[in-house]
Design a protein around this ligand. Structure first.
Ligand code: SF4
Length: 220
């Protein structure tokens, strides 16, 4: 018999459990001083289909050359692609980044506004990166649902959704706004290191007594 969900308690326990693991890439970069909306958006694009262990050094390599839209536009597509080497789809990402920088300079005087619609209208920017950048850089209430967040909350039985986009909509209805950024900050490392895709570590999980373990057939 499981306990009723108590998100406060669950997130508190998860915070303790993930303290020993590296922070998710964009939170790590924010703490290193890469705090602008542009930098956060660019680092999120770098992280698409790329492990944090790679996306953090690639972001740092790029930011050593260019941290603003104006600086990025001074790079040729080839130079940018070379800087992005290691991240997946570097050519496509270079093209996306140059488009973002061009829009930022031409339409917003180099400062992207903290506006979900403006960000998601940029070619190559989806809800996940827009929300994550807005939450971290602009401190706006925003939930970003990556594969880890999607898996964890569905396993809990907290929501039931087949795709991350649907998970996002359900979480926005259920989770108090003051906890939205914690959903990203905590459930990304929790999903990566504890509630893993294969063989989640249920036997030592700090929220086992609340989790309905939906779809979990084997675990550690
Ligand atoms: S009990 Fe297992 S399935 Fe549930 S959150 Fe913990 S690790 Fe994930």
């Amino acid at each position: 018999m499981k306990k009723p969900f108590d998100l406060d308690t669950m997130l508190g326990r998860i915070a303790e459990a993930v303290a020993a693991y590296p922070k998710a890439a964009m939170f790590d970069l924010y703490e290193q001083g890469y705090t602008s909306l542009f930098e956060q958006l660019i680092s999120c694009i770098i992280s698409i289909r790329t492990l944090d262990e790679t996306s953090i050094p690639v972001s740092l390599r790029l930011f050593a050359k260019a941290r603003t839209p104006e600086e990025l536009l001074k790079l040729s597509p080839e130079e940018l692609e070379t800087l992005l080497y290691g991240s997946s789809y570097p050519g496509q990402k270079a093209y996306t980044m140059l488009g973002i920088a061009k829009t930022a300079v031409e339409q917003y005087n180099g400062q992207l506004p903290a506006d979900y619609k403006v960000l998601t209208d940029l070619k190559g920017v989806g809800p996940k990166c827009a929300n994550l950048a807005l939450g971290i850089a602009a401190h706006l209430p925003a939930i970003s649902v990556d594969i880890h967040v999607h898996r964890v909350v569905n396993r809990w039985g907290y929501i039931k959704a087949s795709q991350p986009e649907k998970t996002l909509l359900q979480l926005e209805l259920k989770v108090p706004q003051e906890q939205w950024i914690d959903i990203n900050r905590l459930l990304m490392p929790f999903g990566k290191h504890i509630c893993t895709g294969n063989l989640p570590k249920c036997s030592t999980c700090p929220v086992l007594e609340y989790c309905q373990q939906v779809g979990v057939t084997k675990h550690r």
